[in-house]
Design a protein around this ligand. Structure first.
Ligand SMILES: *Cc1c(COP(=O)(O)O)cnc(C)c1O
Length: 371
């Protein structure tokens, strides 16, 4: 069997006919920029997340950048982030002129509120967990620390569409939240795409201006801005995917449950928590990231057996990037993140996976651990 880590063509093939007719429809209307399909998608997305405003933007990185700009972040402002994130979180802060500061992760792999607390300075403006792999951080603890110190709570929820904490959607906790529609994300488009959400009307006004050159709907320039618009065509495709997203989530949770039931007995494997009903976390399994002491051998064994796995972000945590002014010497106080990145990698987890393929992955992992 050959199981690629991610099956890109399957995104298109799954709804090929519908996508083709959407393409024809949108293109023959000549509706390319800031048109009705985008508005429709934004409304569906806002409804889905139970948030007042959602704006389609260029990608998940720009969603954060626009959010930081709308908050007026500037030189000297510090934001505490997780090292278990994509370089984009730090990059967007840097582009806004602010400084990313890393705190450690907890045993759950998500930003630790108690570690974040030790990183607060007079310049700290916000604590910003990454809702990585489709699971929310412990938002209660983070909100308590933020409140004690008068800080904002922000989220990089690029991987969090549909994830909930105590019933509240990822990406709706702070003054703004973000999503990415990169093809391999929970709902991916055919290229780059993202969204920024808010419950605050004034913030919404600013976000809308930032994504379109500071122009209001009449075309008047009211402030600085940039071009970060989600293509109307991509929005039309995404609207279809959002309509099927609950099915996707339940399929992903099924796969996670099967992985968990079958692999949990292997003591040297660290697995994500299984899906639960009615608990504080509702997880959507953007990824199935596991950790093993024997990672490199296990990945090689799976590769020999036709199973694609990858280390998220190349296996190097952001705080190790010396080229960006970070590095192991500067950040030698994040032991849990360092340990995790020595052992973590991801199993196939996507909508193109069949039951037979999931069983095969499990069979091979069990086989590896027999000896
Ligand atoms: C994908 C991702 C981003 C960036 O999203 P793009 O749409 O690729 O710009 C940011 N943060 C995290 C955690 C991501 O996984």
């Amino acid at each position: 069997m050959n199981i690629p880590f991610f099956d890109y063509p399957s995104i298109y093939k799954r709804f090929e006919k519908d996508f083709d007719s959407i393409f024809k429809d949108v293109c023959s209307r000549g509706a390319f920029i800031l048109q009705k399909d985008l508005k429709d998608f934004e409304e569906s997305l806002a409804d889905y997340l139970d948030v007042s405003h959602a704006f389609g933007v260029a990608d998940g990185t720009n969603a954060m950048l626009i959010g930081f700009k709308a908050l007026g972040f500037a030189e000297g402002d510090e934001v505490i982030i997780s090292p278990h994130t994509y370089v984009a979180t730090a990059g967007a802060l840097h582009m806004a002129g602010a400084t990313p500061v890393f705190a450690d992760i907890g045993d759950d792999g998500l930003l630790s509120a108690s570690s974040a607390k030790t990183k607060i300075t007079a310049r700290t403006r916000a604590i910003m967990p990454t809702q990585v792999n489709g699971r929310c951080a412990d938002m209660d603890s983070i909100q308590i620390v933020a409140k004690e110190h008068g800080l904002l709570v922000l989220e990089d929820s690029a991987q969090g569409l549909g994830a909930r904490y105590k019933g509240q959607s990822a990406g709706t906790f702070g003054p703004f939240g973000t999503l990415s529609f990169y093809p391999a994300k929970l709902i991916g488009c055919f290229g780059d795409g993202g969204a920024v959400m808010t419950n605050d009307d004034e913030m919404a006004r600013k976000l809308a201006l930032w994504r379109d050159h500071g122009r209001d709907e009449a075309g008047n320039i009211l402030s600085w801005g940039t071009n970060s618009r989600l293509d109307n065509l991509q929005a039309a495709f995404l609207k279809l995917r959002l309509k099927h997203f609950d099915e996707d989530v339940s399929r992903r949770r099924d796969i996670a449950r099967i992985y968990h039931e079958s692999l949990n007995a292997i003591e040297c494997l660290q697995l994500p928590p299984p899906p639960v009903e009615g608990g504080s976390h509702f997880d959507v399994y953007q990824n199935y990231e596991i950790a093993s002491e024997r990672r490199d051998d296990l990945m090689e064994f799976l590769k020999q057996n036709g199973i694609g796995t990858i280390m998220q972000w190349g296996g190097v945590p952001v705080h190790h990037f010396t080229q960006l002014g970070f590095g192991k010497d500067k950040y030698n106080d994040l032991p849990k993140a360092d340990r995790f990145f020595e052992r973590c990698f991801m199993l196939p987890m996507h909508m193109g996976l069949s039951d037979e393929q999931v069983d095969y992955v499990i069979e091979k992992i069990l086989e590896f651990h027999k000896n």
